[in-house]
Design a protein around this ligand. Structure first.
Ligand SMILES: NC(=O)c1ccc[n+]([C@@H]2O[C@H](COP(=O)([O-])OP(=O)(O)OC[C@H]3O[C@@H](n4cnc5c(N)ncnc54)[C@H](O)[C@@H]3O)[C@@H](O)[C@H]2O)c1
Length: 395
């Protein structure tokens, strides 16, 4: 008898044999093994931080694509604004109030084939910003991940971690020689000889040496534990190191969700500052829409090819990069011009040019972002016009 799993059906028809079964057990959630395709139940997906900007967008993206999937998640609603996404229930997505730090909050949750970990204190300033302590940061971002990994071990669920570009070493990134070209910094590529750094940006080979920020360290440690749990207990793990994510509905603040914050604040006439790097707004980031990240996650939960690298960057890339000053120019064209003040004070962990190279995600997963930067900005601007008081949610 030929045995297939839904998740590998398209690419890997599998012969049933002891060896294959053993090999597969290290790659696929238990419930997908040894079942004829027509008996494979609908996929069950558990999303942590499901009311967050990214968790909710991924939940919706999966709902659109896998109509019969059972999607559920938890959120402790600690992110101001996240309570708005409780309405996911209207799309047949079950939202539970729960906290990843409490193992007991996970005990009564049903079994899942895949867990997508999108709960975190996501700011690079978390733990040092007087809003959360360093201990709280570690409890949310690392101990929370450990509780989820225990859940995956219990149910043999696959695990997808949303990691971050902030796992890359700050010192070499902040020392890159830059020149000003138009309204942005541009690295002097010919002078830079750093492993994992090219015209396409920062790749997975770039250094992870400390300092990476406390936030980055909780993610780096989560990555290491996730890979070890997956190897030790035989469940699949994929790690996506995300660059800046941006889109409508993000709970943007000056510290996190900068594209959303900037557009909303510009339209609402709130104070704006170019912080650090000469106070001119020349610092550069790329942007990715969470729906595009959702498409990568969809590929990962449907296709556990063993030869792929367990870890990849997922980011907008060089074509979707812009400086803050260029973003201001965009806002001026859309909403009219206004003043932005200069703040020369450098913030810890700020980096003047950070663009991720997602070539590995393209090679391994045939994935690249579909949403252009201008479509992302337009979406946020439209949302800002429809929701003039949006930033008050975050106050
Ligand atoms: N937004 C970005 O630009 C970006 C970039 C790189 C990586 N990431 C990662 O993506 C993930 C999602 O980020 P986001 O932008 O949606 O952030 P978000 O703050 O909008 O969402 C995180 C959600 O997790 C919840 N949460 C926090 N701690 C929790 C806990 N202990 N238990 C349960 N729920 C908890 C919050 O209430 C919130 O709803 C995070 O892991 C973040 O590190 C985000």
């Amino acid at each position: 008898m030929r045995v297939r799993t839904r998740s590998v059906l398209a690419l890997h028809p599998l012969e049933e044999s002891q060896t294959e079964t053993v090999r597969l057990r290290t790659l696929l959630p238990s419930s997908f093994l040894l079942l004829p395709y027509n008996l494979v139940p609908s996929m069950r997906i558990f999303i942590t931080g499901i009311c967050g900007f990214v968790g909710s967008a991924i939940a919706r993206r999966i709902r659109e694509s896998l109509h019969d999937a059972k999607i559920f998640g938890i959120d402790n609603l600690s992110r101001a604004g996240s309570e708005r996404n409780r309405r996911l229930a209207a799309d047949g997505i079950r939202v539970n109030h729960g906290d990843m730090r409490l193992a007991s909050d996970l005990e009564s949750l049903p079994e899942a084939d895949w867990v997508i970990d999108a709960a975190a204190l996501p700011s690079v300033l978390a733990g040092v910003d007087n809003r959360s302590s360093s201990r709280q940061l570690v409890e949310h971002n690392l101990f929370g991940t450990v509780n989820i990994l225990e859940y995956c071990r219990r149910w043999n669920s696959g695990f997808i971690l949303l990691s971050t570009s902030r796992v890359y070493a700050i010192r070499p990134l902040s020392e890159i020689s830059l020149e000003v070209e138009g309204d942005r910094f541009v690295p002097q590529f010919s002078k830079i000889k750093l492993a994992g750094f090219s015209r396409a940006g920062v790749s997975e080979e770039f250094s992870n040496a400390a300092p990476v920020s406390l936030y980055g360290a909780t993610k780096l440690a989560s990555e290491a534990l996730a890979l070890e749990f997956g190897e030790t207990f035989g469940f699949p793990v994929w790690i996506n190191r995300c660059g800046v994510l941006a889109g409508a509905g993000q709970f943007g603040t000056a510290e996190q969700g900068i594209f959303s914050f900037w557009l909303h604040a510009w339209r609402a006439g709130k104070p704006l500052r170019y912080i650090g790097f000469g106070g001119r707004g020349l610092q550069v980031r790329d942007a990715l829409h969470p729906e595009d990240l959702g498409d990568l996650v969809l590929k990962q939960i449907q296709n556990s090819e063993p030869k792929r690298s367990r870890l990849c960057n997922a980011s907008g890339g060089i074509d979707q990069a812009m400086s803050l000053l260029e973003l201001s120019n965009w806002c001026a064209r859309r909403f009219g011009s206004r003043e932005v003040s200069a703040d020369l004070q450098e913030r810890p962990f700020d980096i003047p040019w950070l663009v991720l190279d997602s070539a590995r995600a393209h090679t391994d997963w045939n994935w690249k972002p579909a949403r252009s930067l201008s479509s992302i900005l337009t979406e946020i601007a439209d949302h800002a016009e429809r929701n003039p008081d949006w930033l008050d949610l975050m106050a």
